[in-house]
Ligand binder design. Structure first.
Ligand SMILES: Cc1ncc(COP(=O)(O)O)c(C=O)c1O
Length: 511
């Protein structure tokens, strides 16, 4: 049959996206050289350029329409590198201590490139034989590293939120008491989940997305140590049962997002077991610390949980994104997520990840975790985690000894402090001074960011605004930490002068 000219042309097809091996090699070498120079330059750069959205959009030429014709890859990659290197916050900087965002391990950067070269779809074993087995090995290694049974079920997801959601959905299917996947949450009595007021906001999204609504969360107060109040938990649960609600889920934190506090996990495990509730541990930040010898003893309680969320893109230094859900009973994941449409014919003799998690097509996230775990080894990771904890402790001690700083908390690798000008020390207990200090420290946090000399986020500790230093940063050194009290005091004095606090100090002392 004669074919059309177009079909004839396609005998030697050259698509606009194709590259010859030589082109790819030249572009790749150039890009890797640029990335290597960028990585070397990080300590000399400001932690963040502190630009306005207008400035960033102007650099990007954000209003430019999609080009109609294609362009050479070389200048495109050069421009992309310039834009990204010059207009980004650098969480790989030795003085970045914000949120729980880590510096990325260089081997993870290379792993992402390698993973994309095969572009394995880790939804089904048949589509990604080696990638699936590597992911299964990563799950076993992570479980063993945190002291969880390595024969648990588990899979990699995009991060801490998704790891917690995955566990929440497994819990909902396992403990609702009716076929909640088919009949939905109206199929039985209102479900109730218990978590401390320090729990990360993932639980709101989970309750919302799982159809329970955020009213299903019973927020349990914490003590002055930021840990869940067990008596309040017991009272809330009893009250809910009396009202006809169905408690099904208790969340403990292995390192809260604000201060790194570890809930009494063994007690929460016992409480949940007694009442047949699903016990979940959010270890997105802190679970990996359970591997170090001097970790808080309560962390060991995570091995008793029905599920644990851990987050390699936090303390394992995987480049974003990599979270991991671990579930004691592997069937609980399948029972929560599995459907078998007629258009998939994948054998059941090996894990098909689409069958045990929320995603269908899935990327090869495990590779960067797998490589980094081997590059550092368990021993290397324990050492990096201990170093971060030691530096956070050092900062706390420095703040205790500094006349202008108030050391507030230290748990795991998170330290919170606030700046208190010497002229306000005498009036520390007054409401007016308290409100002023909140304002001063908030502005100070912004001033630190604008200086480019460091980056911190904040916590609210017993109602007080605090500067929060979270050290999940294998590049932070003793010198970096020792520079912080000087920086806070210097910028604190300036902000205090700008805010006119001296006048307030005089006023409040004479009241
Ligand atoms: C304790 C805790 N849980 C959950 C999360 C959410 O993780 P992600 O931002 O990766 O979704 C965080 C993030 O900082 C966290 O600290």
């Amino acid at each position: 049959m004669p074919s059309s000219p177009r079909i004839e042309q396609l005998r030697n097809r050259t698509a606009p996206l194709e590259m010859t091996p030589d082109q790819f090699r030249a572009l790749g070498h150039r890009l890797i050289d640029r990335i290597a120079s960028f990585l070397a330059s990080i300590p000399t750069r400001p932690v963040t350029p502190s630009e306005s959205p207008e400035e960033v959009r102007a650099a990007l030429e954000a209003a430019r329409p999609l080009p109609e014709s294609g362009q050479d890859a070389a200048p495109l990659l050069d421009r992309a590198s310039d834009l990204i290197f010059e207009h980004s916050l650098l969480n790989g900087h030795p003085r970045f201590y914000g949120y729980v965002t880590s510096s990325a391990a260089p081997i993870g950067m290379l792993a992402d490139l390698l993973a994309a070269s095969v572009n394995a779809n880790v939804g089904a074993w048949k589509l990604a034989p080696m990638a699936t087995e590597i992911e299964a090995q990563v799950v076993r290694w992570l479980a063993r590293f945190v002291g969880y049974p390595p024969d648990c079920g588990g899979l990699l997801v995009s991060g801490g939120n998704m790891a917690n959601f995955t566990c929440f959905l497994a819990a909902r299917a396992a403990r609702a008491g009716w076929d909640v996947r088919k009949r939905g949450v109206p199929g039985g009595p209102p479900l109730r989940a218990y978590a401390s007021t320090e729990t990360h906001t993932w639980i709101q999204k989970a309750a919302d997305l799982a159809g329970l609504g955020t009213d299903a969360i019973r927020w349990i107060p914490t003590g002055p140590d930021q840990r869940i109040d067990l008596r309040a938990l017991e009272a809330a649960c009893r009250e809910d049962v009396e009202k006809g609600y169905r408690p099904f889920f208790v969340a403990g934190s292995a390192g809260t997002v604000s201060t790194g506090a570890v809930d009494p996990l063994p007690e929460l495990a016992a409480f949940s077991k007694e009442r047949n509730l699903w016990f979940h541990v959010d270890g997105a930040y802190g679970a990996f610390a359970s591997a170090v010898p001097d970790a808080p003893a309560d962390l060991a309680g995570l091995r008793l949980a029905d599920s644990v969320a851990v987050d390699p893109h936090k303390w394992l230094y995987a480049p974003l994104e990599a979270g991991c859900a671990l579930v004691r009973n592997p069937d609980a994941l399948r029972n929560a997520f599995s459907y078998h449409p007629p258009y998939y014919s994948f054998g059941q003799e090996a894990t098909n990840y689409f069958d045990i998690g929320p995603q269908n097509s899935r990327g090869f996230r495990a590779l960067k975790v797998w490589l980094a775990l081997q590059q550092a080894g368990a021993e290397g990771y324990r050492e990096m985690i201990q170093d971060d904890i030691a530096l956070a402790r050092h900062l706390y001690d420095l703040a205790l000894a500094h006349p202008d700083l108030e050391a507030l908390t230290h748990h795991l690798s998170i330290t919170t402090v606030r700046y208190v000008p010497p002229d306000l020390r005498a009036s520390l207990g007054s409401t007016e001074t308290g409100e002023y200090l909140d304002q001063l420290n908030q502005r100070l946090m912004e001033a630190i960011e604008e200086s480019g000399e460091a980056f911190v986020s904040n916590a609210v500790i017993n109602g007080r605004f605090a500067l929060r230093f979270c050290i999940v940063n294998f590049r932070a050194s003793t010198a970096d930490i020792e520079a912080l009290p000087r920086l806070i005091a210097r910028l604190g004095r300036r902000v205090h002068a700008e805010l006119g606090g001296r006048r307030l100090a005089r006023d409040s002392v004479t009241v």
